[in-house]
Design a protein around this ligand. Sequence first.
Ligand SMILES: *[C@@H]1O[C@H](CO)[C@@H](O)[C@H](O)[C@H]1NC(C)=O
Ligand SMILES: *[C@@H]1O[C@H](CO)[C@@H](O)[C@H](O)[C@H]1NC(C)=O
Length: 361
Amino acid sequence: MRSACLSLLLVTACWALPFRQSGFLDFMMEDEAGSGREDFLERASPVMPVGPVCPFRCQCHLRVIQCSDLGLKSVPEDIPDDTTLLDLQNNKITEIKENDFKNLKGLHALILVNNKISIIHAKALSPLTKLQRLYLSKNMLKDMPANMPKSLQELRIHENDISKIKKNSFQGLSHVIVMELGSNPLRSAGIEDSAFADLKRVSYIRIADTNITEIPKGLPSSLSELHLDGNKISKVTAGGLKGLKNLAKLGLSYNEISSVENGTLANVPHLRELHLDNNALISVPAGLSDHKYIQVVYLHANKIAAVGTEDFCPPGLNHKKAMYSGISLFSNPVPYWEVQPITFRCVFDRSAIQLGNYRKK
Ligand SMILES: *[C@@H]1O[C@H](CO)[C@@H](O)[C@H](O)[C@H]1NC(C)=O
Ligand SMILES: *[C@@H]1O[C@H](CO)[C@@H](O)[C@H](O)[C@H]1NC(C)=O
């Protein structure tokens, strides 16, 4: 039987036999000094029946290929052509080469977060004609990847070393919905006008914790959330938000804003949430009382010294379509006992107002 198995080894028939399989393995191990079971399996594997390929040490399930946390220095070569999700996060990949994704025509999601990528070959992403999600955060990229697929819906590229967004950086990306660009060494001068113009369906843009000093120009009118927290913006001009008729949330916390130009809020008629806390405002932004839909206004930690009775609510309730559900004013120099209760007559509930906690110096 042993010799029968041996001669059959090349056609692997013995694997199918329950009969004394372990004995057979024992024999192989005795016979080959220093060879263990793994060793034996590896040598036998080239002639094993070919199942779906899975790159060495990765985990493959259906069409999802998981190769995270493996210390990989480059993209594995033998990724199955029909892969839909490829997870390569938390590795040590330094470069994406021209042919790394050559055959992955069905790939929907590519996760490369937390590697050491500084170069993506200009043609590396071109074959990925179905790619919807590209996650490149926490790398060392100095430029936006070239030729990103037109199918892209979500680009996450925060925490890199990108200092410029060029006119053609997002060319043709008309399906992008979500864009996360924060924590890059961006300055306003590094963002070319109309760099965002092609993003005709974009709904969410976040550019937080950079060095930009103004709201980027030419943002698409499809935008519903704009998060610009933690930047160096010093004033909000009415023109900066012109045309953003769908904007519902605007995040400008932790900037250096000392003024919001009158007319700004009129340019964003559907705004619901405005975060202006932790800035340098000396008064409540003009136009709140005329705004029909605004419900949440964070103004805490500013330099607001006085609050007037018509700063938030119109004289009559008639043209306000939504009540406020959140207003914060604490950590401002205005003493809360000087703010008249009638100031908040168009607030849904008293608990929606945060006034106190002003620290006396
Ligand atoms: C912003 O500029 C300062 C001063 O030049 C620099 O130290 C800092 O790293 C920059 N921040 C970012 C996010 O690039
Ligand atoms: C803002 O502009 C409106 C309309 O032009 C005007 O009625 C209002 O007085 C202005 N408010 C301030 C604070 O300048």
